[in-house]
Design a protein around this ligand. Structure first.
Ligand SMILES: [Zn+2]
Ligand SMILES: [Zn+2]
Length: 331
């Protein structure tokens, strides 16, 4: 990576790409853009581009850590570059007497615009304190820049922990499994499906279901069915996809469904099987009804447990997984 200052045209393109990222509408490959910024900082962590790159990496760290980019290597490179920059910064060199740019206060688009402006001598000369309500020192004071770098390192570390799957399902055994060892399928299905209420809980509970399916836990056949149906519900509501650790765990869980068994004739003949026959919006209710206070009829349970029904579910999940991977081919 060249450590030469970007040209004005390059800086302007970079600002456009970064604005796309921080507004969550990337115009081009976010991974490439962020990798370039990380590499640029790593190549010269104490150089003239340092302050701008720290601002840029801070303002985009939430995006990298959010799971929108499935590549942990990028997060590691961003964090390593920021740590290298931190090592060149002496917070005690702040002489006070000026405000500091803080991520809690800034508008992310302004922040990345300022960040790219700081990358070039011409841009630094064009900085207008009135436009951003902050003097230039607010963005270049070593104490301010060190705080931004440290904050971003923490955000990225948190993202890496999440991507590794560490801690994501902590506490969920207690939440979903009663003292009698039975799974609270209604609560699980409701949590994964009602994603709008709590995205994190939906994904984490889907991961819990996936891990439960491949674990050695001997659930009753009915609970096992409930966990699998919950996983299917989870997959169906994550239209934009999930990345590691969710996707690989979910793929492993769905791989336990015997697709060949679903090809064989079943006692239900031409009766449509409920997973594919139930409209999307009615699926949660259909699943929770099976696990309600009242026992379902043996016929209903047999129909839902039929290998053909489970194959329908598995195949729909496999299609979704393929789409998830296609959407994220940048990774
Ligand atoms: Zn200062
Ligand atoms: Zn059947």
């Amino acid at each position: 990576m060249s450590v030469a200052e970007p040209t004005e045209a390059e800086a302007s393109d970079l600002a456009d790409s970064l604005c796309g990222i921080v507004t969550d509408y990337p115009t081009d490959n976010p991974r490439t853009t962020l990798q370039e910024c990380a590499d640029r900082l790593a190549a010269n962590p104490g150089g003239p581009g340092r302050d701008g790159l720290v601002v840029i990496l801070n303002a985009t760290s939430w995006y990298a850590a959010s799971g929108r980019i499935g590549a942990s290597a990028l997060l590691e490179d961003m964090a390593a570059a920021l740590r290298a920059a931190l090592a060149t910064l002496d917070p005690d060199a702040c002489d006070g007497g000026h405000p500091h740019a803080e991520s809690a206060d800034w508008d992310p688009e302004s922040a990345v615009t300022v960040g790219t402006r700081l990358l070039t001598e011409e841009g630094r000369g064009l900085y207008d304190p009135d436009e951003h309500d902050l003097p230039l020192e607010a963005w270049t004071c070593p104490k301010a820049v060190a705080a931004l770098a440290a904050e971003a390192v923490e955000t990225l570390a948190e993202g890496l922990r999440t991507m590794s799957g560490e801690g994501v399902t902590d506490g969920l055994d207690e939440r979903y499994v009663g003292p009698d060892g039975r799974v609270d399928v209604r609560l699980l299905a409701d949590t994964v499906y009602e994603r709008r209420r709590n995205h994190e809980a939906s994904a984490a509970s889907g991961l819990w279901a996936a891990r439960r399916i491949v674990s050695d836990v001997a659930d009753t056949p009915r609970d096992r069915l409930g966990v699998l149906l919950s996983l299917g519900l989870c997959v169906s509501v994550w239209h934009e996809g999930l990345v590691a650790p969710y996707l690989p765990a979910m793929e492993a869980a769905i791989a336990t469904v015997d697709l060949a068994a679903g090809e064989a004739p079943c006692p239900h003949g031409d009766t449509p099987h409920p997973w594919s026959a139930t409209p999307h919006r009615e699926r949660l209710a259909a699943v929770t009804a099976l696990f309600g206070p009242e026992e379902p009829s043996p016929e209903a349970l047999a129909l839902w447990s039929c290998p053909r029904n489970l194959t329908d579910l598995a195949e729909q999940c496999l299609t979704d997984f393929r789409n998830w991977r296609t959407m994220r081919m940048y990774d």
